[in-house]
Ligand binder design. Structure first.
Ligand code: OFO
Length: 184
């Protein structure tokens, strides 16, 4: 019975492999954000830390959406192995610079996946991935907005403290819009 369900499916093996790679990338994102949150907390950047903890959870949600999709489509979602996550960072600014670079890589990976699905005429997965296309644009914009804070406010004197406060406000507004989206 189970064999029939998994054998007759429209999800191509090649697409399943790419989706599992994306699952791993989202898990890596979650691990990176968690590590950054922890470092920020130990350095006293309370608001940035809360922002990054929330983001680690959000990345896990991104991973789980694909994970569930793969199994629902008759594939096999694989729990990824994550290694090599940094635990130390040179500064708060370097964290957000790394985030922007990382998110650009994630965007490229999503685009590769979308392009593959379009070429293979897998319009179901193509449609499923549109959420990620929009999400990646927002993720990059957010990282850029935070980096602008470092430029505008500057890090001297109370600058870093102010930047941390502003990152906290951004995190708060994201939490509010997420709960509005869920109708809470
Ligand atoms: Fe999953 O969006 Fe960031 O990485």
């Amino acid at each position: 019975m189970k064999e029939i369900i998994t054998k007759s499916r429209s999800l191509l093996e090649e697409t399943e492999k790419l989706l599992n790679e994306q699952i791993k990338l989202e898990a890596v994102s979650s691990a990176i954000y968690l590590s950054m949150a922890s470092w920020s907390e130990t350095m006293g950047y309370e608001n940035s830390s809360a922002f990054l903890y929330d983001h680690a959870d959000e990345e896990r949600m991104h991973m789980m959406k694909i994970f569930r999709y793969v199994n629902e489509a008759g594939g096999h979602a694989l729990q990824p192995e994550i290694t090599g996550v940094s635990h130390k960072f040179s500064s708060l600014r370097s964290i957000f610079e790394d985030i922007l670079e990382h998110e650009i890589e994630v965007t490229k990976s999503i685009h590769t996946l979308v392009d593959h699905c379009f070429t293979k005429k897998d319009f179901t997965t193509f449609n499923f991935l549109q959420w990620y296309v929009t999400e990646q644009r927002e993720e990059e914009t957010l990282a850029r907005r935070i980096l602008e804070l470092f430029e505008i406010i500057g890090e001297e004197g109370v600058g870093l403290w102010t930047i941390d406060q502003e990152i906290g406000k951004l995190g708060e507004s994201l939490r509010t819009s997420a709960s509005t989206d869920k109708g809470m």
